[in-house]
Design a protein around this ligand. Structure first.
Ligand code: WTA
Length: 635
């Protein structure tokens, strides 16, 4: 019998050791006993991090939706699979059973196939957090189409880039979306994006807000009438374990976003197994992850991981502050949520408000609290623990990435003793290493270094869509035979890990990864801007906020500064989305550069963080005099 459900610390250590000593046997047992395969694998794992090439469950056949839906029907057909909690609480929740979800996915699959979508085709999904989002994701998986979900807060330019990068032939969207008091014109954004996307043949439109939209003849079709006519059964398409399941874009420090490609087999096994253990999910629990399905957290821990375990998963359309700051806690009480998974930025924002917003509600159903996306600071951790968890619910600080597919370092609740701000121990099968800048592994405890992973795990992304070389260069070139995460970490005296943050030019703002380069490109497109550099600085709620240093073209220097700041942020909103807006913009005469012309961000980071006591050696700069001037005028 495999250890699918870990119940105590001794068992964790024992299973961990086994998973590291003989990973193939370990994962083979998990895969064999807990999933439905149409054909077994010939080989559990082949890998070579130099190419890099990673294959799990080679030549096995499956369909992930058969694992997430069909196999539950005999035992759980009337169990709620998805609880949909709408933006406006007055609208009332929807409870979608496994049987209904199966039927809706089948109908959607039939619609997609009728519209000409075939195995391997890319379908872009640009939808708010409504049930159709989960249904279309699963319908794509059922027919073997590769879904590319784009977070519905991205701008038309960002959407177009992602549609074109992987040649989507279809886009699925809605007329509009609700976010708190606001209504957003999603279809309008899609229309603008598609002016740049000649490859898109069909747009399927879900009605959500009922607003007036333009429908383009021959391209745009309302979804509901098609679903009404569709057959309610669709036989799954058999997929190879290594066939791509989806593409999800994440920011890199340079260049365009990276379309991370995840597999059907390994991803399923890894997300399901991590979900079960890290949330200690039991049959009748109600689990809620507040992320958006537009991010990896939503893919792995709203849709695939929970459904593969036959869980009840909550999908929330709205925001934590609407109609008031008690919304999260109201939902926990209303649906008797047992496991609650959110981001530190949301915790910090809510912790600022009156306790009354939490205390008004009965949160006694909670058993596990989770966080993800960025380091959690001590104050936020304690507030979460005391005020929300009443000191009763262990906090799982889960470290992972879009690239890792599932959680990598995390406590197992009721198993691993927790310490605030520590992600604690590697999950089963995960082999971390800390590296120094010379490329040597730092052994022992009480050390700090760059976080790498030494051995493949089933959930690792297999490539970057259309650019395998970039995949190698980004993740496997820095350290020989290791996957490099881009994060720094320390390992304390007992071997617990604490993630200390990015060591590259990715900045995490409110839990969203933002690369500096694309934002700088957007700023530089403004007609008054000559050059710019952005860095992160600490922010009470967002974790980090963005600080831009901007050199203006000479003739523009007389323009009103605040007007210009607004325009620059507008430019960023249009190119990327409002999440990438700058909190501070300082106009500077020059940027500190090395003699080879590289911007010294280290110096700018110090100025932005108001930490200028020790600037280090700046004498080697091309233009050291500019540093004092920037410091004198810092915001
Ligand atoms: C950061 C999100 C500290 C980290 C699942 C990582 C964290 C990046 C944590 C990936 C955590 C994620 N503690 N930092 N518990 N979780 N991060 O791709 O820098 O959106 O590399 O995946 O978020 O962000 P991504």
């Amino acid at each position: 019998m495999s250890n699918y459900f870990i119940k105590n610390l001794e068992e964790y250590f024992q299973v961990y050791r086994r998973s590291v000593r003989d990973p193939e046997t370990f994962w083979e047992e998990i895969a064999e006993e807990h999933f439905l395969w149409r054909k077994k694998w010939d080989k559990v794992l082949s890998w070579d991090f130099t190419k890099p090439e990673i294959r799990w469950f080679e030549n096995a056949k499956l369909n992930i939706t058969e694992n997430c839906l069909d196999r539950h029907l005999p035992i759980r057909k009337n169990k709620t699979a998805i609880i949909f909690e709408p933006n406006n609480p007055k609208e009332g929740a929807q409870y979608i059973t496994y049987k209904e979800l199966h039927e809706r996915v089948c109908k959607m699959a039939n619609v997609l196939v009728d519209k000409g979508v075939q195995k391997g085709d890319r379908v872009c999904i640009y939808l708010p957090m409504i049930p159709e989002l989960a249904v279309t994701v699963l319908a794509c998986a059922r027919i073997g189409a590769i879904h590319s979900v784009v977070f519905a807060g991205f701008s038309s330019t960002a959407l177009a880039t992602r549609i074109n990068d992987c040649d989507c032939k279809m886009v699925i969207t809605s007329d509009g979306s609700y976010r708190g008091k606001k209504q957003i014109d999603l279809k309008g954004i899609v229309d603008i994006a598609l002016e740049e996307c000649p490859g898109v043949e069909t747009v399927l439109v879900v009605k959500r807000t009922g607003t007036n939209i333009k429908m383009k003849e021959g391209r745009d079709v309302l979804l509901q009438p098609l679903l009404d006519k569709a057959d309610s059964y669709f036989e799954v398409v058999k997929m190879d374990a290594e066939d791509p399941l989806f593409i999800l874009y994440t920011s890199g420090s340079t260049g365009k976003p990276k379309g991370m490609v995840h597999s059907c087999g390994g991803y399923m096994v890894y997300t399901a197994y991590t979900f079960k253990n890290i949330f200690q999910y039991r049959e009748n629990d109600v689990y809620w992850c507040t992320a958006d399905i537009g991010w990896i957290t939503g893919h792995s821990y709203i849709v695939y991981g929970p459904l593969a375990n036959g869980a009840t998963t909550v999908m929330f359309e709205g925001v934590p502050t609407y109609p008031d700051f008690g919304r999260f806690w109201h939902i926990v009480e209303k649906h008797k949520v047992n496991q609650f998974y959110t981001a530190p930025t949301a915790i910090r924002a809510l912790a600022k408000e009156n306790y009354e917003y939490v205390e008004r509600y009965d949160l006694s159903s909670l058993k596990v609290l989770g966080t993800v996306g960025e380091p959690i600071n001590e104050d936020a951790w304690h507030w979460y623990n005391n005020v929300v968890g009443n000191d009763q619910s262990p906090i799982v600080d889960t470290w992972w990435q879009t690239e890792t597919g599932g959680i990598m370092i995390s406590p197992i609740p009721y198993v691993t003793p927790t310490i605030p701000t520590y992600a604690t121990l590697p999950f089963i099968g995960v082999q971390p290493a800390l590296m120094d800048e010379e490329g040597n592994e730092i052994k022992g405890n009480q050390v700090h270094g760059r976080l790498c992973i030494k051995f493949p795990w089933p959930g690792i992304a297999r490539t970057i869509w259309g650019n395998h070389e970039r995949y190698r260069d980004t993740y496997f070139a820095a350290y020989e035979n290791k996957y490099f995460t881009g994060d720094g970490a320390l390992r304390d005296e007992v071997g617990y890990y604490r993630i200390t943050g990015r060591v590259d030019d990715v900045i995490i703002v409110s839990g969203h990864n933002l690369g500096t380069a694309p934002i700088e490109d957007a700023i530089n497109e403004h007609h008054a801007v000559a050059e710019s550099a952005i860095v992160g600085f600490p922010h009470d709620i967002k974790g980090n906020a963005l600080y831009g240093f901007v050199i203006l073209k000479e003739e523009r220097e007389s323009r009103d500064s605040n007007e210009l700041r607004k325009e620059i942020n507008q430019q960023i909103t249009e190119q990327i989305g409002p999440i990438a807006k700058l909190d501070k913009i300082q106009f500077v005469p020059g940027l500190p550069k090395t003699r080879s012309g590289k911007i010294m961000r280290r110096i700018l980071r110090k100025i932005a963080s108001n930490d200028t006591d020790n600037m280090g050696d700046i004498s080697t700069l091309l233009n050291p005099e500019v540093v004092q001037e920037i410091m004198d005028n810092a915001l």
